[in-house]
Design a protein. Structure first.
Length: 391
């Protein structure tokens, strides 16, 4: 991290000129299990990663805000006035930090001077590891730091989600922002997305590592299918509510679902609801397995999660299936599943440490044979949440 920051401070000087700066970091996240449960009132189990978004920042004496990203160098410096906070299409990625700034100001936080921020993210773009939420939380911790705002992390998380929903116009749940803001080294977070109740669970992988593999299939379908799946689950819930007193699918056990599933008129809606209910229960069991040190049992639940996402929720697609199936066939794989919205993006696997090189080589080769695409592999460490880095 030190080397990266040293280089970024040099870059800041080249872009914005000399002067004192402060440094901040906001991680990416991966969800270990609990997919498409968040908007169904269920639990998720994400963790923050050791890679993410760096932000080098300093105050100005006027009301100009100037933002620059090393990931979008061709767009140059994006500049706007503190009193002109609108979503501008040409401002592209900068609408995410601008949204956080706008929501904080709307909530009455005093931000009366301009500032400059240089961003750099080493999260693979478009991989579904939540680069947008990482940028949002990076902005929130920068603004808290520069303006000495009296705001805690849970509220920064909420502000970031509101910015993405209302300012950017992406209807995301709160999991990404929560995992990134509240992350804790070597722990994942069991989060109830309905109530925001959470608890940390230590992820002790004695002789194993988390491997994230990027399909490098752009997730073209994910947004439209995401909205479609939400609608299907809402219809299923409405059908169940004709008899049951529930507010979300996440309230049901598997047994209660099986006893009442005939209430759901449409067969496809029924399959979607089954995934939401079963996946939520799997997530709760997965945390129990981890707490008991049963990594093998945790891995089996990851595998079941993928099968449910493939067969009942139908959000995997041939690339994710090819990558997960190749992982399942590989010696040393404890568990593997798709992670994120689906239709491309990433898989997450737990792999025995002494088998990682073979895993990357063989899974990569099989995946290329089936799809013609080259997968990228990352050995992930579980890190802390968004913060200022005081050197």
């Amino acid at each position: 991290m030190k080397e990266i920051l040293k280089g970024l401070k040099e870059d800041f000087k080249k872009v914005f000129g000399e002067g004192e700066v402060r440094t901040f970091f906001s991680p990416g996240r991966v969800n270990l299990i609990g997919e498409h449960t968040d908007y169904n009132g269920g639990n998720v189990f994400p963790c923050a990663l050791s890679f993410g978004t760096y932000a080098i920042a300093r105050l100005r004496d006027d009301k100009k805000v100037r933002l620059y990203s090393k990931n979008f160098e061709d767009l140059g410096i994006i500049e706007f006035d503190l009193d002109e906070l609108k979503n501008v299409k040409e401002h592209d990625w900068a609408n995410y930090p601008k949204g956080v700034l706008s929501i904080l100001k709307d909530k009455g936080y005093k931000i009366e001077k301009g500032f400059e921020i240089l961003f750099f993210g080493n999260i693979p773009n478009g991989a579904g590891l939540s680069s947008s939420a990482s940028v949002e939380l990076a902005t929130a911790v920068v603004l808290k730091g520069l303006f000495n705002l009296d705001i805690d992390m849970v509220n920064m998380v909420k502000v970031s989600q509101i910015a993405e929903n209302q300012f950017v116009g992406v209807n995301c749940g709160i999991m990404d922002q929560f995992a990134i803001g509240m992350g804790k080294k070597d722990n994942a977070i069991l989060l109830d997305c309905n109530t925001l109740e959470y608890k940390y669970a230590p992820v002790k992988l004695e002789n194993a590592k988390i491997i994230i593999a990027n399909t490098n299939k752009r997730r073209g379908l994910a947004d439209s299918k995401y909205n479609e799946r939400r609608s299907e689950c809402e219809r299923a819930l409405a059908d169940l509510q004709t008899k049951l007193d529930i507010k979300s699918l996440g309230e049901l056990t598997e047994k209660e679902f099986e006893e009442n599933k005939e209430l759901i008129k449409n067969e496809i809606d029924r399959k979607r609801a089954k995934h939401a209910v079963y996946e939520n229960q799997r997530t709760l069991r997965a945390v129990e397995k981890l707490n008991a040190g049963d990594i093998k049992g945790f891995g089996e639940l990851m595998n079941q999660s993928h099968i449910s996402l493939r067969d009942d929720y139908e959000v995997t697609g041939k690339e994710l299936d090819a990558l997960v199936e190749a992982a399942w066939e590989q010696e040393g794989t404890i568990g593997a599943r798709m992670t994120g919205a689906g239709f491309g993006g990433c898989t997450v696997s737990i792999v025995e440490s002494n088998k990682i090189d073979e895993f990357i080589k063989n899974v990569g080769e099989k995946y290329f044979e089936k799809t013609g695409l080259k997968a990228d592999f990352y050995i992930a460490e579980i890190g802390d949440g968004a913060r200022e880095i005081v050197e």
